[in-house]
Design a protein around this ligand. Structure first.
Ligand SMILES: Nc1ncnc2c1ncn2[C@@H]1O[C@H](COP(=O)(O)OP(=O)(O)O)[C@@H](O)[C@H]1O
Ligand SMILES: [Mg+2]
Length: 303
């Protein structure tokens, strides 16, 4: 098959691994910088080009869209989808995974456990909101934050109020901010499950090394392999499915009431391979081999 990896970082470990495995398995593969792609949306001759070449001849694409370029990246993927190209990750699924509020709504609808979450665009209602979460401390999150950067722990109502006021100043539209119960039982620790085609192929625990409550590796967290229970595996697979993603990095915390999902990432990093010794690239290429020949499935999530 002819496979295009849409990635702005040809030197990234994830990109290199996908390319290596695809070549090993006898495919033709090219890394395409989607930031340099351009599209024609004319009725007569629609298409996406890269350095003068039309991408229409590929059999499948693997989008690895960075969060800072979600809009452009998903527009390129969408254009290719509209031409009938097979993509392992749909443009709709990628964009919805980048919005934490929308994701939380879909996950609860699917019956997946999440931390208690509220949203509002008025800091005047903060007392009632915090009561709904059974009091402080609470976590306040920007819906489009990444790498732990938009996540704040507020110890008191007063602190929560000032953080919210500051956030609302820069975000007029209140849907950008979520308030969550603080899952204290496993503060500073979370688990990443790498899901491919309805199966957890690797899982690791991440722990912050200082006293930070955020376990993001970008924030200096450390990863170790971890074994998931059958129930946790089922929950992660369900979460990926609820988001409409065939490849997903599902992050959750172990709490007193079981696994609580924090987020579902559409372009999970492959660093988990180095930590767990599991190969996550091969299942992805295999999934494409088994599914690309069929017509792409319609996204039926409806939100
Ligand atoms: N409700 C919560 N309770 C306790 N810790 C949390 C909660 N939400 C997030 N965290 C911690 O903060 C980190 C970053 O939060 P997350 O929602 O994954 O945002 P990001 O997209 O920035 O990684 C998580 O990995 C976890 O360690
Ligand atoms: Mg995270």
């Amino acid at each position: 098959m002819k496979i295009a990896i849409l990635s702005n970082g040809p030197g990234n470990y994830s990109t290199k691994r996908l390319k290596e495995v695809a070549l090993e398995r006898g495919h033709e593969v090219e890394v395409i910088k989607y930031k340099e792609c351009y599209a024609s949306i004319a009725q007569s001759n629609p298409g996406v080009s890269y350095r003068g070449e039309d991408l229409g001849h590929y059999d499948a694409i693997i989008p690895r869209i960075a969060s800072y370029m979600t809009r452009y990246g998903t527009a390129i993927v969408r254009q290719l989808e509209m031409q009938g190209m097979y993509t392992i990750s749909g443009s709709l699924a990628i964009s919805r995974s980048r919005d934490k509020l929308r994701s939380m709504q879909l996950l609860t609808k699917a019956g997946v456990g999440i931390p208690k979450t509220v949203f509002s665009r008025n800091s005047a209602d903060i007392d009632d909101l915090i009561d709904k979460l059974d009091g402080t401390p609470v976590i306040i999150k920007l819906a489009r934050g990444t790498h732990g950067n938009g996540v704040v722990l507020a110890e008191t109502k007063k602190a929560a109020k000032s953080v919210l006021q500051a956030f609302y100043l820069t975000n007029e539209d209140g849907t950008n901010i979520l308030i969550q119960e603080f899952v204290k039982e496993s503060a500073g620790v979370d688990i990443r499950a790498f899901v491919v085609g309805g199966r957890v192929v690797a899982s690791m625990k991440r722990q912050s090394l200082d006293d930070d409550f955020r376990s993001n590796l970008h924030k200096g967290g450390e990863g170790t392999p971890v074994k998931l229970t059958l129930e946790e595996r089922k929950m992660c697979v369900k979460a990926a499915k609820a988001m409409g993603l065939n490849v997903a990095g599902v992050d959750f915390m172990r709490s007193e009431r079981g696994a609580l999902i924090l987020e579902v990432n559409a372009s999970p990093g492959f660093g988990i391979e180095k930590i767990t010794g599991r190969d996550v690239a091969t299942p992805i290429i295999e999934y494409i081999e088994q599914n690309a020949k069929r017509r792409p499935k319609k996204d039926k999530i409806g939100a």
